[in-house]
Design a protein around this ligand. Structure first.
Ligand code: PEP
Ligand code: MG
Length: 876
């Protein structure tokens, strides 16, 4: 039997989302439960896929099937398409599996032409309505099918209103509207070069094609990428017989939610507009009435609507977002779906539904989108001021939160200005580890270059600091402390506001308000914790971040990047001396200065984590990141080391790397300079011993992690240094403290030889940032330059640094887990790349059998919820 591409509403149900799209499945479901739905049919998502396979054509077979269903619909309604007696008019609307703003929405009144309008006008005795329908149809069809801008038609309407001396559309007469329809058609002809189509079948196929086409428009593609919606899904199309809200004052159209989508309050929320159609309610041309007033003007329809709301909530066990029309006092339902809501409303509604006995706790956990949670944890812009402030650019939403401050161009300025009480936004071409203190001092960070795993993004997320990165539109002039964006030059001290949750950049100051976490948040997280199997740790380098992460429920530290501690003003001279040393003795002397500082850093972190596991990673970045770039600093270092400026410059030049990501970094540093690993081991072990002595109630088991291993002998070599150093200190202290030595799996060769490596490792932590860049063969900092072209060409659908590439990189992770556990059944497995806080990646790590994920503090609640959802899904 050949494939069926079209379904009557009465043939579908709510479980057929994949095939019928969300709107189609729900129209079918409402039909099944006996609600008043104007009848129609749904053209499946598979027809959309077929349309693209056929080179953007609706093939003859599918066209014939659609027309067969038009005939069926004629049978159901008793009306006929294009008929001069009793014409059938339809709406055509898109409907993907997940609702997708950015796609074509609606065409109403399809099936009209001059002849049909005449008939409608005469038979109904309401020519104003008939011509209103026709002019709307021409306008919508021209706009969405033929892409003639809306504005041309709006101008014509405005001219007509002015000529007639009226202000409202509804004041235009039948003759005015007839004249407008004529003008619209002339406008269409002048823009398109052909007459407006009169054949309903041609109109219908044009509209369906426009829906299919809109699946691939740029806005839809961006939305899909942001919301993990695969391109392969396609959209369905719904063709529904019209109910008219514009036939007079006993008609109207409305949009409503069963609960308040902003606060979650259990009270009908929405708007209704008399004598109107479709978009009028949201278009802002006339002010609609609050839904509560509808009860006075349309008591019967309203009473019926309230009943429908109750039925729908009871049926779907969730808050519904509905569209409806009242035609001559009678209610028709045009759409229902689970309503979009703010994160705060989502939590309240989930808790209320549990309390009302509508859902259980697992369902409550499953219904909240983890990605939305972090907006609850960061400051946000004052909504009123935000509306009035112009957006001047947008880039990557690298780290959520809102920031408002005066523009500064260097980390030093950020620090200095902040110290005198100014709020600043740090604007940089890109950030480097030297900028850390400035980043800390700033309200937010804006960079011209760099992707989601660039230094700025990673560090900002770790700090919970707002960051917008990769804004290539900025023309930077660091020297003169100014930049240009959207035609405006910003100087040092000018106000700027950035939103790290949306990536938007605003000209001017928008005050921020602190986010508050209500009781429902804790309740839902408590439920989530009962169901998840994965542990959730955090990536934190300071006691402050560690404490923050504990508040958000972190169960340990999965990655403490020690290098971040080296950039503080009191340490950088020693690390520079270490780098520029000629002999082991000189290097050891410099390291001896750093050792007590590292030790006290680790003690601070251990204290903040209160006995929970802490994985400390040994020095990872290439050494050139630490050397000075400013002339004055170079001179200072030369003096400090008793060397000439030229000698220091020669050392710096020698540290230059052609490809720093693949250069002298990671365990290669410890192989070259084992004294660094020895110093770090002493600092870790002594810190743990001290904290253990202070807190006998905790069981300290320090975890030492060797980065960037690709060969088991590298690990064995560094491990030997660690073990010899650690054992000696522990013995000397008369302690029996245990410690673990593990490695990161972040080089493909490590994954490929995981069975060998596991014999030397107590744990693996997947460094999926490096593993992704080395598997794909492109740098995490440069991918932003070409990924857009890859999205456009559908080569990649997502940023693989944000969402784990399960097909390729995931295969390496899975394989390394299996091979590692085969030779070392005790092997503890985790992930500490940025993917540890991405919900779809967390689901993958759950399935792969990792023990924990580790992510930046502000993503801990997201990971907890995502881990619970993965476990719940798995159970099913
Ligand atoms: C990684 O590579 O995934 C990782 C966590 O290390 P870093 O980002 O510091 O290279
Ligand atoms: Mg790494």
């Amino acid at each position: 039997m050949s494939k069926k591409y079209v379904y009557l509403f009465s043939e579908g149900n709510a479980n057929m989302r994949e095939l019928l799209g969300g709107k189609g499945a729900n129209l079918a479901e409402m039909t099944n439960i006996g609600l008043p739905v104007p009848q129609g049919f749904t053209i499946t998502t598979e027809a959309c896929t077929q349309y693209y396979e056929d080179g953007q054509k609706i093939n003859d077979g599918i066209q014939a099937e659609i027309m067969e269903y038009i005939t069926k619909l004629e049978g159901i309604t008793g009306k006929k398409f294009g008929d001069l007696e009793n014409p059938l008019l339809v709406s055509v609307r898109s409907g993907a599996r997940a609702s997708m703003p950015g796609m074509m929405d609606t065409i109403l009144n399809l099936g009209l032409n001059e002849d049909v309008v005449d008939v409608l006008a005469k038979k109904s005795g309401n020519p104003r309505w008939a011509w209103d329908c026709y002019r709307r149809f021409i306008q919508m069809y021209s706009d969405v099918v033929m892409e003639v801008g809306k504005k041309y038609f709006e101008q014509l309407i405005d001219q007509m209103k002015e000529a007639r001396g009226v202000t409202q559309d509804v004041e235009l007469t039948a003759d005015d509207l007839k004249e407008l329809a004529g003008q619209f058609k002339a406008e269409y002809k002048s823009k398109i070069g052909a007459d407006f189509p009169t054949d309903p079948k041609e109109q219908l196929m044009g509209a369906i094609k426009a829906v299919f086409r809109s699946w691939d428009n740029p806005r839809a593609n961006v939305y899909r990428r942001d919301n993990d919606i695969p391109y392969s899904w396609g959209t369905a199309v719904n063709v529904q017989s019209m109910a008219f809200g514009n036939m007079g004052d006993d008609c109207g159209t409305g949009v409503a939610f069963t609960r308040n989508p902003a606060t979650g309050e259990k009270k009908l929320f929405g708007e209704f507009l008399t004598n109107a159609q479709g978009e009028d309610v949201v278009a802002g041309i006339r002010t609609p009435m609050p839904i509560s007033e509808m009860s006075e003007k349309f008591p019967e329809a309203f009473a019926q609507f309230e009943k429908v709301c109750k039925i729908l909530e009871d049926h779907y066990h969730d808050m519904q977002d509905m569209e409806f029309t009242v035609e001559n006092g009678k209610l028709y339902m045009l759409q229902t779906r689970n309503g979009k809501r703010t994160p705060a409303a989502a939590l309240k509604i989930a808790c209320d539904l549990v309390d009302e006995g509508m859902i259980d706790e697992k369902q409550a956990v499953a219904m909240i989108d983890p990605r939305t949670l972090d907006t609850l944890l960061h400051p946000q812009f004052d909504g009123e001021v935000l509306k009035k402030t112009p957006v001047i650019g947008s880039a990557l939403a690298a780290s959520p939160g809102a920031a408002c401050g005066k523009v500064v161009f260097s980390a030093e300025d950020a620090k200095a200005w902040a110290e005198r009480g100014e709020k600043v936004v740090l604007v940089r071409l890109e950030t480097s580890p030297e900028d850390i203190e400035g980043m800390k001092a700033a309200q937010g960070i804006l960079t011209v270059r760099g992707g989601m795993t660039s230094h700025a993004a990673v560090v900002a997320r770790g700090m919970g600091k707002c960051c917008v990165s990769g804004c290539g539109a900025i023309k930077m002039d660091e020297e003169n402390k100014q930049f240009e964006l959207s035609g405006k030059t910003f100087h040092e001290g000018d106000w700027l506001s950035i939103d790290g949750s949306t990536g938007k950049i605003y000209d001017g100051a928008i005050p921020t308000v602190d986010a508050s976490i209500g009781g429902e948040f804790g309740r839902v997280m408590g439920w989530a914790d009962q169901y998840r199997r994965l542990k959730v740790r955090t990536n934190a380098d300071t006691p402050h971040d560690a404490a923050q992460a504990r508040k958000f429920g972190a169960e340990g530290i999965g990655l403490c990047r020690t290098e971040h501690m080296f950039f503080d003003a009191d340490r950088i001279p020693a690390i520079r001396r270490m780098i520029c040393s000629d002999t082991v003795e000189q290097r050891e002397a410099a390291l001896a200065v750093l050792e007590p500082m590292q030790q006290s850093d680790f003690e601070g972190i251990y204290e903040a984590m209160e006995g929970l596991p802490v994985t400390i990673r040994f020095l990872d970045p290439p050494l050139h990141e630490f050397v000075p770039t400013e002339e004055a600093d170079i001179e200072l270092l030369a003096k400090d080391m008793g060397k000439s400026v030229a000698e220091i410059k020669a050392i710096i030049a020698g540290l230059h790397e052609f490809n720093p990501m693949m250069g002298h970094r990671g365990c290669r540093l410890a192989v070259t300079y084992p004294e660094i690993a020895a110093m770090q081991t002493r600092a870790v072990i002594k810190a743990a011993l001290n904290v253990q002595a202070k807190h006998p109630e905790w069981t300290m088991v320090p975890e030492i992690m060797i980065p960037l291993v690709g060969e088991v002998k590298e690990l064995a070599y560094v491990k030997k240094v660690v073990v010899e150093t650690a054992d000696a200190i522990i013995k000397e202290a008369g302690s029996n403290m245990k410690y673990l030595v593990g490695t990161m799996i972040e080089i493909p060769r490590a994954a490929l030889t995981a069975d060998e490596i596991a014999k030397q490792a107590d744990f693996f932590s997947f460094g999926t940032n490096d593993l992704t860049q080395m598997t794909f063969g492109f740098s995490r900092d440069d991918a932003g330059k070409f990924l857009d072209a890859y999205y456009d060409k559908k080569i990649y659908e997502n940023d693989p640094f944000a969402k784990l590439d399960q097909t390729g990189v995931g295969k390496l992770v899975d394989m390394a887990c299996k091979m590692g556990r085969a030779t070392n059944p005790e092997l503890h497995l985790g992930v500490c790349g940025e993917h540890g806080g991405d919900p779809s990646s967390v689901e993958f790590f759950h399935r792969t059998g990792l023990d924990y994920v580790s992510c930046s503090p502000f993503r801990v609640p997201i990971a907890r919820l995502a881990a619970a959802q993965a476990a719940i899904k798995d159970e099913k």
